[in-house]
Design a protein around this ligand. Structure first.
Ligand code: B1M
Length: 210
């Protein structure tokens, strides 16, 4: 019987092979993909994040934990997608220019896919123009931006301004998130919504297409 605490602990050790093995095992035992994600992978990454903050672990440990997270996510992604209803709307999500953090963005994408959205991953370090282009290129219902740095979150305002300048502001809902982002900031820059985590990002996206 797979204990999801072992998934969390293996992830914290950066043991990608073990994480993959445990996630496969948990799926084989019919544990829900959402539980494996939340109580195994996200839990482990949250602990690493808290330790990094207190200088109890450093960048290399964080990187190998992130690699283990990606390994687990690659097994889980198709299963999360299978549990959802297909194509309830189209969303593109990217991490803003200058910002290379992608773990949270990838979780948001996985959860959206799991809920039945078609999701375009715009990647990391995404320039303003690429966000604007995505609105018409993919006929988006929702454009999502992620930022983890206080120095890069200001890019979100640039993107919203560029979308308005292109005459596209009424064509798409804009959702933002990431550790330094708040509802206040979303209101200030004219985003349509803010979500503190991946699960509520799905709820928010659903309200946009309702
Ligand atoms: Co970075 N880093 N990092 N880092 N890193 C933070 C963000 C930091 C808070 C750490 C700290 O100092 N305490 C700090 C930012 C300080 C600030 O700006 N206030 C920081 C720094 C300073 C840096 C560097 C500058 C360090 C350096 O080089 N000196 C550098 C910058 C590189 C760059 O981007 N240009 C850097 C580098 C890195 C690594 C490469 C080592 C690695 C990233 C690996 C990767 O992503 N592939 C890394 C990591 C892992 C972190 C921490 C430890 C963890 C981030 C994470 O993945 N959390 C982080 C500390 C922390 O947050 N506690 C830190 C887990 C993830 C599940 O949560 O991303 O918040 P999160 O996503 C959540 C929600 O925010 C939300 O849902 C997600 C899931 O629930 N969400 C959305 C996110 N996006 C959303 C979008 C939405 C909706 C919800 O709608 C579209």
């Amino acid at each position: 019987m797979v204990d999801l605490n072992n998934v969390s602990e293996s992830l914290q050790r950066g043991d990608a092979e073990k994480v993959e093995e445990l996630v496969r095992g948990a799926l084989g035992e019919n544990l829900l993909p959402k539980d494996i994600l939340e109580n195994g992978l996200i839990k482990g990454m949250d602990i690493i994040g808290a330790k990094f903050k207190k200088n109890e672990v450093y960048v290399p440990e964080v990187l190998i934990a992130a690699r283990a997270m990606h390994a687990g996510m690659s097994i889980l992604r198709p299963k999360l997608a299978e549990t959802g209803v297909k194509n309830i709307g189209t969303v593109a999500v990217g991490t803003v220019k200058g910002d290379l953090h992608d773990i949270g963005k990838n979780l948001v994408i996985m959860m959206l896919e799991g809920a039945g959205f078609e999701v375009i991953d715009l990647g990391i370090d995404v320039p303003v123009d690429k966000f604007v282009e995505a609105v018409t290129k993919y006929k988006l219902n929702v454009l999502g931006m992620s930022a983890l740095l206080t120095t890069t979150m200001i890019q979100m305002q640039e993107v919203i301004k560029a979308i308005s300048d292109a005459g596209l502001r009424d064509k798409v809902k804009i959702m933002i998130g990431g550790a330094p982002i708040t509802q206040n900031y979303a209101d200030q820059i004219g985003a349509d919504g803010y979500s503190p985590d991946a699960a509520s990002a799905v709820d928010k996206a659903k309200t946009f297409i309702a």
